[in-house]
Ligand binder design. Structure first.
Ligand code: FE
Length: 332
């Protein structure tokens, strides 16, 4: 290119308003469109930043980011489960972000130590029981569901789901492999039916009398409760006398090869702000990670509980150990 043309190109660039150059951000999201679009629309209305996004399952999105490498158009990855976030960080597709705003808004146990991802909503995975056949006083903890008193009364979702891998990873972190395996073997021995493909089916099995207790993410319980307000199921906060109820996150990180890293960081900061957090969590009946945000009414109605304070990174770090353990224990 001649100096003259280059000069003209540069001059031309300077004439273009800066926002049309930089104020765009591309998001890959494993969080579903109906949960993120209303927030993106709000952000665009408030800031003028245009947000392009695609949604897909966590696995394919990560594969796509890895395959695209430096050519990726993605600036921000939103995904669910600490195990998936941990994997994304380990596979090198996320950048380290140093943001005092994010550090202030997201509790330390719900984000990556190196700033590669930040939790944006907190979900609890706990016990759901039949109000016809179980008294809350009969319930205690995840560990207790391995007790023979639950023989033929337990339903579980498949071990293939990352939510259960994360739960078992925290059992390993807490108890070590040997004891964790004993607990999982106890669950398997107590199963009333083969593991279900999703949390809702497991709860419906409890409702139908096939079993008396299961373990689910609370937002699935919330959805079922909205459809059937009189459903004879209730939540029980597990491990209140010990480690606290198992929690997990959905979250996001700026990509390593982002073309608009600052715009992406600002969007992430806004998503973690008290102004956005209430809606971000409420749309999926989850809990805000930012303690200054107000939780959704339905969610608050489930009552206060003590949450496990273990760093959710452990779910990722111990995920493959958890998968092997569940396999050994015969949990399919
Ligand atoms: Fe889910």
């Amino acid at each position: 290119m001649s100096r003259l043309i280059l000069g003209a190109v540069l001059a031309g660039t300077l004439l273009v308003p800066t926002h049309s150059l930089a104020e765009e951000v591309v998001v890959y999201s494993a969080r579903k469109e109906h949960l993120i679009k209303p927030l993106f629309d709000r952000y665009t209305a408030e800031t003028g930043v245009s947000i392009k996004y695609i949604t897909d399952k966590a696995g394919p999105l990560l594969q796509r980011l890895r395959a695209e490498g430096k050519r990726t158009p993605a600036d921000l990855l939103i995904t669910v489960d600490a195990g998936n976030l941990w994997h994304a960080a380990e596979s090198g597709v996320l950048a380290e972000v140093d943001s005092p705003v994010l550090a202030a808004n997201v509790p330390a146990n719900l984000r990556d130590r190196e700033g590669r991802w930040f939790g944006l909503s907190e979900r609890a995975r706990t016990i759901v029981y039949s109000t016809d056949r179980v008294q809350p006083a009969d319930l205690d903890s995840y560990e207790d569901l391995a007790d023979p008193k639950w023989k033929g009364r337990l339903c579980l979702r498949t071990s293939k789901k990352v939510y259960n891998q994360s739960l078992v990873a925290t059992l390993i972190a807490r108890h070590g492999e040997e004891k964790a395996e004993k607990i999982v073997r106890g669950w398997v021995a107590n199963l009333a039916a083969a593991p279900f493909s999703n949390d809702t089916k497991a709860m419906q099995a409890v409702e139908a009398g096939q079993c008396d207790v299961t373990i689910v993410n609370t937002y699935y319980f919330g959805r079922l409760q909205k459809k059937q307000p009189d459903i004879k199921l209730a939540l029980f906060w597990a491990n209140q006398e010990s480690s606290g109820t198992h929690i997990n996150v959905s979250g996001a990180g700026v990509t390593r090869h982002a073309k608009h890293p600052d715009v992406a960081r600002k969007l992430l900061e806004w998503l973690s702000s008290a102004a956005a957090q209430g809606e971000f969590a409420a749309r999926n009946m989850e809990f805000p990670v930012n303690p200054k945000a107000t939780p959704d009414e339905t969610v608050s109605a489930w009552g206060e509980f003590k949450a496990d304070e273990l760093n959710v990174n452990e779910a990722g770090r111990l995920q493959s150990a958890a998968i092997r353990l569940m396999d050994r224990a015969g949990y399919r």
